[in-house]
Ligand binder design. Structure first.
Ligand code: EPU
Length: 346
């Protein structure tokens, strides 16, 4: 078998921010054998490797040296469990939103609040995608992966994934060291709507179907969030900051309307969108980038900009929040960073 490598491949349409980017070489392995072949090739040639999914939470530089691999494993299937439980196996390149809608349409509960989140299944555990009171970690049962250094396949249980708010081991100890090939999710045939977030309950009837909840979530997201197919963006550009209780207390005294959410560990989560909004930056535009006019947490790309310009723009937004509130915002999308894979020492 020989891989179909593309040279100087244009990735501008493969990242939802629409940043201009070319890969020195690009391949989209369609099966596990092809994936393995691509990883072997990278090791043999000593090329830097960049893994790409749906490109919805990624900031791409203008040039990616070596090889960019975007797995194209697109199967998903169900496995009946006990007590109304259904195990969902979804390969890395299954489009997350399409899977969510297909599961909701089958009356399976668990992922409906996560409708319309862009991206592929393989990337979902990296930032532990979350919305409307649900996180991927609430439904994940296992993550199948391949270690890049020695090709070893492994299955991680959720406890081994160190899931946190927009965080996991795939952003930490395993960053750049594994390729995620499949997720296993645990859904339920027994209705269990979670409607506690915002005005979700007001959007559906008393006992909604999973599909009705998913459609309500889609409607809310469409009202607030820009469609990446129309206006480049990567969803929330900053995480909601977790601050010490005494700082949160001082801020609430000074700004009684400030949204704040005490956490089990004693810290308090603040709404980054509110903080940016209060700085008067909603709708602010400079050069090719702007703060979205309906959700200040989302930075948008009007076209013609670069990753460096975006990072500079984001820095200015974060500086304003730090100066006004003394709160530091952390970036949410990851920077694509090509890594060299060295064979494991035996
Ligand atoms: N707010 C403002 N102005 C704004 C934006 C928000 O005042 O411009 C206020 C809202 O009124 C609300 C609070 O901030 O009181 C929180 O806003 P919202 O409910 O819109 O949620 P968020 O905290 O801004 C998070 C996630 C979103 C997710 C929503 C719904 C993060 C970083 N973002 O946003 O996730 O869809 O909750 O669950 O946690 C994403 O990660 O890309 C994303 C869109």
């Amino acid at each position: 078998m020989s891989l179909a490598l593309c040279a100087h491949h244009d990735l501008s349409r493969d990242n939802t921010l629409g940043l201009p980017c070319r890969a020195e070489r690009f391949v989209a392995p369609a099966g596990r054998d092809e994936l393995r072949e691509a990883l072997d090739l990278v090791q043999r040639e000593g090329w830097p490797l960049t893994l790409l999914g749906g490109g919805s939470n990624l900031i791409l530089p203008s040039w990616l040296p070596g090889l960019v691999v975007r797995p194209a494993l697109r199967d998903w299937w169900l496995e009946e469990g006990e007590g109304g439980c259904v195990h969902v196996h979804a390969e890395a390149a299954v489009v997350w939103h399409e899977l969510v809608m297909a599961l909701a349409a089958r009356g399976l509960w668990g992922t409906e609040n996560l409708a319309l989140i862009p991206g592929h299944c393989g990337a979902a555990p990296i930032q532990n995608i979350g919305a409307y009171g649900v996180e991927l970690s609430d439904v994940i049962e296992a993550v199948h992966l391949v270690h890049l250094d020695d090709g070893r396949e492994a299955i991680l249980a959720p406890q081994a994934c160190a899931f946190g708010y927009r965080d996991s081991i795939f952003k930490g100890a395993l960053e750049g060291r594994v390729v995620i090939t499949r997720l296993v999710l645990r859904l339920s045939r027994i209705p269990r709507p979670r409607l506690g977030y915002g005005d979700l309950a007001g959007r559906v009837g008393a006992s909604p179907s999973a599909l009705e909840v998913a459609e309500a979530v889609c409607a809310i997201r469409r009202e607030k969030l820009p469609d990446p197919a129309v206006l480049g963006n990567a969803g929330s550009f900053f995480k909601n900051p977790l601050v010490a209780a005494d700082l949160a207390g001082k801020l609430v005294d000074a700004h009684p309307t400030m949204p704040h959410f005490p956490q089990p560990d004693g810290r308090v989560k603040l709404a980054a969108g509110w903080l940016i909004d209060q700085c008067g930056l909603k709708g602010w535009r400079q050069g090719h980038f702007g703060v979205h006019e309906r959700q200040a947490l989302v930075l948008v790309h009007f076209g013609g900009g670069s990753a460096l310009e975006l990072l500079d723009f984001a820095g200015r937004v974060a500086d304003s929040v730090r100066e006004r509130f003394g709160v530091t915002l952390a970036r949410e999308p990851r920077l694509a960073a090509p890594a060299r894979i060295f064979p494991a020492l035996t």
